[in-house]
Structures are given as structure tokens and as C-alpha cells.
Write a protein that binds this ligand. Sequence first.
Ligand SMILES: [Zn+2]
Length: 314
Amino acid sequence: MRTVRRVPLTTLTSGMELALCIHKIQGTLGDGPTLGISAAIHGDEPGGTHMVMEIARRYGGGNFRGRLILLPVANPLAFEAYSRNTPLDAQNMNRLFPGNAGGRVTEQLVALITAEFLNTIDVYIDIHTAAQPTVDYIYILNAEDLSRSFGSRVLYRFEAGRAGPVYDGNSTSVTRARGVPSVTVELGGGMIDQTPYIARGVAGVENIMRTLGMVDGEPLPPPAQIVVHAITMVRLKAGGFLYTEAPPLGDEIAGGAVLGRVVSPHTFDELEVIRSPVDQGIMILSHLTTGLVQPGEDGYMVGDLTGCERFGGV
Ligand SMILES: [Zn+2]
């Protein structure tokens, strides 16, 4: 049975209550771990929320072992505004963990998430997507078996001294400090139909639940996987219409190959040609549609195949 707990933080100036909705589903098939899943730590990533909702629909009857604790919208203020950061204080929630009950409003919200969600779980899946671009990779943090069983083709493992999306103060820094197996998923986003990404997200979580023994059946073996140790983010220098020429996500790309071009909507001149920055790369984040972009926005993420690990799959 699923219960929804409304955990209030404060009253906003508008008079509306700022609160978190935390869902608890008790499995009826026996003991097992308490798996926590969060989404929308960044407010412009509703695809993760959608995945969490579909997981609740599938397992809301308790047809599993253990417990599911779901936080579908970690930052309601940013979610309302479809904004990465909290509009009230311009803060990126995912740099502020474990939070501060006496801090700015996002720090207060983070402290509540730490106390009421992160500190109550045994295993953690942290779901992110991209916003205007589309992303497809997964972090190996402290639970390689779980990360691999999610089933993404490209994974990332931190290597000291190399480029990568590694930040202090994210939600998994709290769970990892407690020794809780933690997985960060980056899947979906963009101005395209999210249905296939939501389906993959649900299937990935379900396979992690199989790996944990929460759901019956052998886990599905992962596909052929590549673990990269370095990822470069190419940010856009010019604003205008972006035309992508990069291969699909998960495909390899040669050094210097064209990722995309930015064209001026004013003069119609080509303002920028964006090229892959690594000798042998693999596509991790890309703009899959042509649209208006701003300078400094995320353009493309390319994994570096130098020193990567390859797993055969089936
Ligand atoms: Zn995110």
C-alpha cells in the first residue's frame, strides 16, 4: 500500500505552503532493503518525476520485498518555474547537501530532504535528465553492480586529475558518507517525446530491484557497456539557432568532427562551428532538435574513450 506524507518546510510570502511529498510503499512479499528514489533536484528535469510516478503505479500494490521511499519532486520551487535553480535564492540545490536548517531557503529544503528522506534509506537512486539537450549515461559511485544493472550503454567512473562532472554537495554525498549504495542516473530530456526514456528509466529501476532481490527473477544482463573515466562538456560560445550534426547518443565520434553549428537569427551568418574536443570520443549529451540557444549553455558532452573499460554484454 502506498502512503503519501506531506512534510512542510515553511510558508511562502504568497501564503502557499512549501512542502515535500514523500511516498512510502511497503512491500508485501517479505523483508528487503529500503530503496529511495528521488527526482527533480533540478526543476527543469520533470522526466525523472515521470519515471518515479510510473514506478509507483507498477509497485504501488506492494508486489515486491522491502520498501520504496519516493521523492518525486525534490525542489518544488524550481519545478514550478521549470528552472534548474530555485528562483527565490538562485541556488543549485545539488551543491548544497547536506543542507542547513538556518540557511537560505534552498539550504533549508535540502536539510529537510536529508533528514526526512536520505537518512531513512538503505539504497539510493538519484534520477536526473538534461533540460533542452538530451543525456544518456550513468555514474558508477559506490555500487558498480547496481549502476551496471540499470542497463545504460555508457557509464562514468571518476578518475583523479581528469575532466568530469564531479561536484561536492550533491545528494549522493550524503548517502555515500553513510555507506549507502548509490546510483546517479542521467537519462532523457530535450524537446522530444520522453516516452522511450521514461520506459527505459522504469526498466532500469526494475532491474536494480531484481539485482537487490526486491523483485523475483534473474536480473537482465546489461548490454555491451563502456565505462569512461573522463567527460568533457562543450559549452556554446554563441547564441542563435543550433544545428546538430553529431552522431546519436552512445555512438563514437572522432576528434575534430563537427558536433553542431550556431547560425545567427539576425544576419543568418554561421557564428560558431562546434567540434569534438577529444581524439576518440563517445556521445553522452546532445541537442537532438534544432532550436534557439544562449551563449554559455550546455552544448554537448563527449566521453573520452582513452583508458575506458569495455564490457561485452550479450
Ligand atoms: Zn540534474
